[in-house]
Design a protein around this ligand. Structure first.
Ligand code: FAD
Length: 455
C-alpha cells in the first residue's frame, strides 16, 4: 500500500496561483491549477502584437524584489533578465520635469524652496516610520500635510493620490503612501543613486512560463479555459470543485481569486463569510497601450498633475525594455485607475480612444500621429483593493471558515501594495498553512497495483 499524495486544487493561474503550485508541489503535493483565461498570468499576462509578446499591463521587477529575483533563478530565466537605470518625470502645466532623487525634489520648479524641502523631508521621514498599524488610523491627507505642508501636498501628493486611488483617495489611510515610498526607495542605495528596475525578454510572462515548466516537472497540471463554477462544500468542508457541470474531488481547495469572485462561487458557505468577501471593493484600471515607431519621452514613468487629463501617467516601458526585444517598437501605456463606480469603466474602446487621444495631442503637440501604429485598450476590474481606515478586521484569513478551503489574494497582503513580490511572498504563507494542516488530514492509501495503473 502506498500513501497517496494530497490532491490540491488551486483556482486562478496568475502569479500567485503559479507560485503556490510550485511551492506546494515542492512539498510533495499533487496540484491542479484551474485558470479561466486561455493563458496563465492574470494581470501579469501578455498580449500578442505582430508576433511579439507584450505585457498586457506595464510590469517591472525592482532590484529590491528579492523573492522575484529568486523565483527568476528557480524558474531558469535569469539569462533573460536585464537591469536598467530608469528615470521618472513629472508633468505640470504643460512642462515635463525630472523627478527621481531627493535632489530632484529639491529642485522641482513647481514648488518653492520651502515646499521642496518639506517634500524631501517627507520621503526621508517615511523611511523611519515603522509602525504601520498606527498609520492605518491616520488619513493619508493628514499624514502628508503634517510633514509636506499644504503647498507640496496640493501640487505633488494630491495628484499622485488621485492617480492611484481615483475618487477613493480621501478614504485611504497613510499606510498606502508609506508603503509605496518604502518600496520605491528600496530600489536605490543612496540619496543620488539611480532607480534600478529589471525586465525579462518577452515580458513578465517569461517568469510565469519558466515557473510553469518547473511545476510541470514536479507533476503540476495546468487547466486553461477552465472557469470554476463552484467550490463544493459538504458539511462545512471543501471537498472539490465544479467545472463544466462536473464535480472534481480534492483534499483541499485554494482560491487566488479576487474576494468578490470567490464570494460568488461558494453558495454553500455561511452568509457572513460571503458578505465579507462581497463587500471588499477594488479599483479597476483602464489602460490603453500605444505602439509607436518612435520614442515619446525619455522616462519610464511620467506622473501627471493636470486633473483635466483622463490618464494619470505615461509609462513608456521601452525606456526600460530594450526595443530590440519588441521588434523596435516603442510601447507606451496611458493608465487610469478607476473607482468602483467610475463611469469610465463603462466606456467603449472607441470612446476611450477618442478621449485619450484628444488629451494626448494637447500634451504632445509635436508628436507626429503617423508614428502611432496601434492604440489597444486593456482594462481590468479587480486590480488594487481599497482598504479604508480602521478596517483591518475585514481582511480575510488564509484559513477560511470553510474547512480545507484556503485563500490568498491582494486584499490580504496589506499593508503591502499589490505586486509580484508581495503576492509571491504571501503565497509562501499560504503554503505554510496548508502543509501544516495537511499533516492532520486522514491518510489515504492505494495499492501499488492501482498506483501503477494510474501513472
Ligand atoms: C496596470 C498594472 C500595472 C502593474 N504593474 C506592476 C509592476 O510593475 N510590478 C509588479 O510586480 N506588479 C504590477 N502589477 C500588479 C500585479 O499584476 C498583480 O499584483 C499580480 O499580477 C496579482 O496576481 P494574482 O495572481 O494575485 O492575481 P491575478 O493576476 O488577478 O490572478 C487571478 C487569476 O484568477 C483567474 N480567475 C478568475 N476567476 C476565475 C475562475 N472562476 N476560475 C478560474 N480562474 C479564475 C483570473 O483569470 C486570473 O488569471 C500591476 C498591475 C496592473 C493592473
Amino acid at each position: 500500500m502506498q500513501q497517496q499524495k494530497k490532491q490540491i486544487a488551486v483556482i486562478g493561474g496568475g502569479i500567485m496561483g503559479v507560485a503556490l503550485a510550485y511551492k506546494l508541489a515542492q512539498q510533495g503535493m499533487q496540484v491542479n491549477v484551474y485558470e479561466r483565461g486561455d493563458n496563465l498570468g492574470g494581470l501579469a499576462g501578455y498580449m500578442l502584437y505582430d508576433g511579439v509578446r507584450m505585457d498586457r499591463f506595464y510590469h517591472t521587477i525592482l532590484s529590491s524584489d528579492t523573492m522575484m529575483q529568486s523565483l527568476m533563478e528557480e524558474g531558469g530565466v535569469v539569462d533573460k533578465r536585464h537591469f536598467t537605470a530608469t528615470k521618472q518625470g513629472f508633468y505640470d502645466k504643460g512642462k515635463m520635469y525630472d523627478f527621481n532623487t531627493p535632489v530632484d525634489f529639491m529642485l522641482f520648479p513647481p514648488l518653492n524652496f520651502f515646499q521642496r524641502f518639506r517634500l524631501g523631508l517627507q520621503v526621508i521621514y517615511s523611511q523611519f516610520e515603522s509602525d504601520w498599524r498606527k498609520m492605518d488610523t491616520v488619513p493619508v491627507e493628514k499624514w502628508l500635510l503634517k510633514v509636506s505642508g499644504r503647498g507640496a501636498y496640493e501640487k505633488v501628493w494630491k495628484p499622485l493620490l488621485r492617480a492611484k486611488f481615483d475618487t477613493t483617495a480621501e478614504s485611504v489611510p497613510a499606510t498606502y503612501i508609506w508603503s509605496r515610498l518604502r518600496r520605491m526607495m528600496g530600489t536605490r542605495s543612496g540619496v543620488t543613486s539611480k532607480e534600478m528596475m529589471c525586465y525579462l525578454e518577452n515580458g513578465y510572462y517569461t517568469l510565469i512560463e519558466g515557473l510553469a515548466k518547473k511545476c510541470e516537472a514536479l507533476g503540476v497540471k495546468f487547466h486553461l479555459n477552465a472557469p470554476i463554477e463552484e467550490i463544493v462544500i459538504e458539511n462545512g468542508t471543501a471537498t472539490g470543485i465544479k467545472l463544466g457541470g462536473q464535480t472534481l474531488p480534492f483534499d483541499a481547495v485554494i482560491s487566488t481569486l479576487a474576494s468578490p469572485i470567490l464570494g460568488g462561487i461558494v453558495p454553500q458557505a455561511d452568509a457572513a463569510f460571503r458578505t465579507k468577501l462581497a463587500k471588499q471593493q477594488y479599483l479597476g484600471v483602464m489602460c490603453p497601450l500605444l505602439i509607436l515607431k518612435k520614442q515619446l519621452v525619455p522616462y519610464y514613468v511620467v506622473n501627471i498633475t493636470d486633473e483635466s487629463i483622463p490618464f494619470t501617467a505615461v509609462v513608456e516601458t521601452t525606456n526600460l525594455i530594450d526595443p530590440k526585444y519588441v521588434k523596435d517598437y516603442h510601447i507606451v501605456y496611458l493608465p487610469k485607475y478607476l473607482a468602483p463606480d467610475s463611469p469610465i469603466a463603462t466606456w467603449s474602446d472607441e470612446q476611450v480612444k477618442t478621449e485619450w487621444m484628444r488629451h494626448f495631442r494637447q500634451m504632445f503637440p509635436n508628436f507626429d500621429e503617423k508614428d502611432i501604429v496601434e492604440f489597444i485598450v486593456q482594462r481590468a476590474k479587480f486590480v488594487e483593493p481599497i482598504r479604508p481606515m480602521n478596517t483591518l478586521d475585514d481582511i480575510p484569513s488564509i484559513k477560511t471558515p470553510v474547512d480545507r478551503l484556503y485563500m490568498g489574494n491582494t486584499v490580504m497582503i496589506y499593508p503591502d501594495l499589490g505586486n509580484g513580490e508581495s503576492v509571491t511572498r504571501f503565497a509562501l504563507k499560504v503554503v505554510e498553512q496548508v502543509t501544516a494542516d495537511a499533516q492532520k488530514w486522514p491518510v489515504k492509501t492505494q495499492s501499488s497495483a492501482v498506483q501503477t495503473a494510474l501513472t
